[in-house]
Write a protein that binds this ligand. Structure first.
Ligand SMILES: *[C@@H]1O[C@H](CO)[C@@H](O)[C@H](O)[C@H]1NC(C)=O
Ligand SMILES: *[C@@H]1O[C@H](CO)[C@@H](O)[C@H](O)[C@H]1NC(C)=O
Ligand SMILES: *[C@@H]1O[C@H](CO)[C@@H](O)[C@H](O)[C@H]1NC(C)=O
Ligand SMILES: *[C@@H]1O[C@H](CO)[C@@H](O)[C@H](O)[C@H]1NC(C)=O
Ligand SMILES: *[C@@H]1O[C@H](CO)[C@@H](O)[C@H](O)[C@H]1NC(C)=O
Ligand SMILES: *[C@@H]1O[C@H](CO)[C@@H](O)[C@H](O)[C@H]1NC(C)=O
Ligand SMILES: *[C@@H]1O[C@H](CO)[C@@H](O)[C@H](O)[C@H]1NC(C)=O
Ligand SMILES: *[C@@H]1O[C@H](CO)[C@@H](O)[C@H](O)[C@H]1NC(C)=O
Ligand SMILES: *[C@@H]1O[C@H](CO)[C@@H](O)[C@H](O)[C@H]1NC(C)=O
Ligand SMILES: *[C@@H]1O[C@H](CO)[C@@H](O)[C@H](O)[C@H]1NC(C)=O
Ligand SMILES: *[C@@H]1O[C@H](CO)[C@@H](O)[C@H](O)[C@H]1NC(C)=O
Length: 534
């Protein structure tokens, strides 16, 4: 039955002869062919006449062949059914079938003609559309979605969304038109938005699905940086412009001139391409702008070296620190210490004697326990990056340690040392004074280390400070070998000498007091206050 389509037929079975008030309903779509049954009876019928029964009945077709149909679209089928071809919207209405047998029967039929929806009009005010038609909206922006469709009868228009988080969310339905607004677009509102228009009569539905993406640009400006690759053979330019979605595109150019270097975030350059002061510019472009792109520039440069002291002195057995500072190197330079520049591979390796520490672009080499044979000579600090290499030399001279500047000082020291020993012996024999300490002093007299300290400033200071100063000076002597000779040199005259023997300051102070009183005529304040009865 080509083209014949009865979508729904309600109550037809109830339409018994004589019960004209029980109405059958037929639903069909426009342009289709429909057949309306005359009651539920089948087989041969009496004289059947069909009327259109709106305000007043109008003849359509009859089984009396001498009566022609009102229009060729109307015809009778088996069992007195009315066939209407090429339905029009005006065909929607009430029909009545009249059957004349022994008595006359009336069968009312209601015909509903549905039309559409033929199309659906969706409008989304997003930020823009991708080349493939997909829409995108900026995060935080407002998006209006509207959907319109027409049909007979008016369709139900509904929106729903499908995101990665929500499988399906329904935004409600309305007749003919439906619109809503998303106030603040966020990432979890990215998804597929579908509008559907449904003809409730025919059940015909049309849908339009629009994928709406949510984009945002990186929040900060791009950062250009340059590094040496892990194999230290090439230079790596990095353009950091993260945090946006989707990922921006990059373009590296050489400035000035704008020669294109590459179009990836990470760009590798071989040293042969490099020259001092060269500038590289990275322009990052994101779909949400800015239009001209965001850029940063990086300039490469070879290291410059600075050493404050081109000559250093170390006392035998002491420590010395050589410092080398690199400035202006971009990318940061690798700093090495060498003894012989013509053998760059034989760099000084850290050991118990050579301690190399590097902080940022400053490197220091500390040599412990200086020895004249091994350590004297030239040292080189070599700084290298793919742009250039620089080296600077430092001359290290290793000297015999001299405690007191000048020969006079040495002689006096020796003299004092002798006197100190004598004083110690005297202490030993005067039991009232510090017997305990005296005995320990005596027990170690041969192996004891005696450090004689010259101090001029100390005499103006009080006891407590005096003691501390002595201790400090001893410490200084061991740690900062360089400064010691200078200080000695400035103190031409020795006012007072204190000695520290095995850390037993009190006793020695007492022992020396006698000597000092005699030789210098000055009062030593060390002994007096410390001289408490034991
Ligand atoms: C309706 O019937 C006519 C004649 O039988 C046929 O040509 C036409 O294709 C049919 N229309 C539809 C929509 O089926
Ligand atoms: C037309 O319809 C009305 C109500 O549905 C009914 O009372 C009347 O008999 C019908 N007329 C004819 C000619 O079918
Ligand atoms: C058809 O009949 C029903 C009652 O059976 C009535 O409500 C309706 O208005 C009629 N339609 C037309 C187009 O006259
Ligand atoms: C058929 O219609 C013609 C013309 O109206 C009429 O004369 C004739 O009586 C009708 N036949 C029947 C069986 O009603
Ligand atoms: C119609 O009437 C005839 C005689 O008048 C009778 O034989 C027949 O059974 C009747 N038909 C119906 C359907 O009532
Ligand atoms: C369109 O392109 C975007 C980005 O390339 C992609 O995410 C999306 O799935 C594409 N849409 C269609 C319908 O191909
Ligand atoms: C449905 O449409 C009417 C007017 O067309 C409007 O007032 C109403 O707010 C709409 N309802 C929804 C849920 O969109
Ligand atoms: C939207 O639909 C496209 C194509 O039908 C699909 O690739 C994508 O994953 C869907 N997106 C969501 C959020 O469901
Ligand atoms: C440096 O090394 C070269 C080659 O081994 C050697 O000839 C030269 O004497 C060395 N110079 C110093 C200062 O050690
Ligand atoms: C310092 O070096 C000398 C030889 O140069 C060695 O005898 C001595 O043990 C070393 N001292 C320390 C603390 O390493
Ligand atoms: C040299 O440094 C080492 C380690 O820091 C330290 O133990 C030693 O006392 C120092 N020697 C001198 C003479 O300053």
């Amino acid at each position: 039955m080509a083209g014949l389509r009865v979508l729904l037929c309600l109550g037809a079975l109830l339409a018994r002869p004589g019960s004209a008030d029980l109405e059958a309903v037929a639903i069909a779509e426009v342009h289709e062919n429909v057949t309306l049954r005359c009651g539920s009876a089948s087989g041969s019928r009496g004289l059947v006449t069909w009327y259109r029964n709106d305000s007043e009945p109008a003849f359509l077709v009859s089984s009396n062949s001498s009566l022609p149909p009102a229009a060729p679209r109307f015809s009778l089928e088996d069992a007195g059914a009315l066939r209407i071809e090429a339905l029009r919207l005006e065909d929607d209405g009430n029909y009545t079938c009249q059957e004349v047998l022994n008595e006359t029967h009336w069968f009312p039929v209601r015909l509903r003609v549905a039309s559409g929806p033929a199309h659906i009009e969706v409008n989304i005010t997003a930020s823009g559309a991708l080349p493939n038609g997909t829409l995108y909206a900026a995060r935080g922006s407002q998006v209006d979605l509207s959907c319109r469709s027409s049909a007979q009868p008016p369709p139900e228009v509904a929106w729903w969304v499908q995101t990665h988080r929500i499988s399906e969310e329904f935004f409600g339905k309305n007749l003919s038109a439906n619109s809503f607004t998303l106030m603040l677009m966020s990432q979890n509102l990215q998804g597929n938005y579908t509008c559907s228009a449904t003809n409730v009569l025919s059940g015909r539905q049309r849908k339009v699905t629009s994928e709406l993406l949510v984009y945002w640009p990186p929040s900060s400006a791009p950062q250009c940086s340059v590094e040496v690759s892990s194999e230290s053979t090439t230079l790596e330019l990095t353009c950091n412009w993260d945090g946006g979605y989707p990922d921006p595109t990059f373009l590296w150019t050489e400035e000035p001139g704008g020669m294109v270097v590459g179009d990836s975030k990470l760009q590798t350059l071989s040293p042969s391409q490099l020259s001092e002061g060269q500038k590289f510019k990275c322009v990052g472009s994101h779909i949400l702008g800015p239009e001209s792109g965001a850029s940063c520039v990086v300039q490469i440069s070879s290291p410059l070296l600075r050493t404050s002291q081109p000559m250093k002195t170390c006392f035998m057995g002491g420590n010395v620190t050589l410092i080398c500072q690199v400035t202006g190197a971009n990318p940061p330079a690798r700093i090495q210490w060498l003894r012989n520049l013509t053998q760059p591979e034989s760099t000084i390796q850290p050991s118990s004697r050579y301690v190399i520490t590097q902080q940022d672009q400053s490197s220091s080499l500390t040599i412990h326990n200086c020895s004249q044979d091994l350590d004297g000579g030239f040292y080189f600090c070599r700084a290298e990056n793919p742009v250039g290499v620089r080296a600077v030399d430092i001359w290290l001279s290793v000297k015999e340690p001299l405690n007191v500047g000048g020969i006079v000082g040495t002689v006096v020291s020796l003299l004092l040392l002798g006197l100190a020993i004598i004083s110690g012996l005297m202490l030993y024999y005067s039991p009232a004074l510090c017997w305990k300490a005296g005995s320990s002093f005596r027990g170690h007299d041969m192996g004891d280390v005696m450090v004689l300290v010259d101090s001029e400033e100390e005499e103006e200071e009080d006891d407590e400070d005096d003691k501390e100063d002595v201790a400090e000076e001893v410490v200084q002597e061991t740690s900062e070998t360089e400064e010691l000779p200078k200080e000695r040199g400035t103190h031409g005259h020795i006012h007072r000498v204190t000695a520290l023997v095995n850390g037993n300051l009190d006793c020695v102070g007492n022992g020396l007091q006698e000597f000092q009183d005699e030789s210098d005529g000055q009062q030593s304040d060390i002994g007096q206050e410390e001289d408490k009865p034991v």
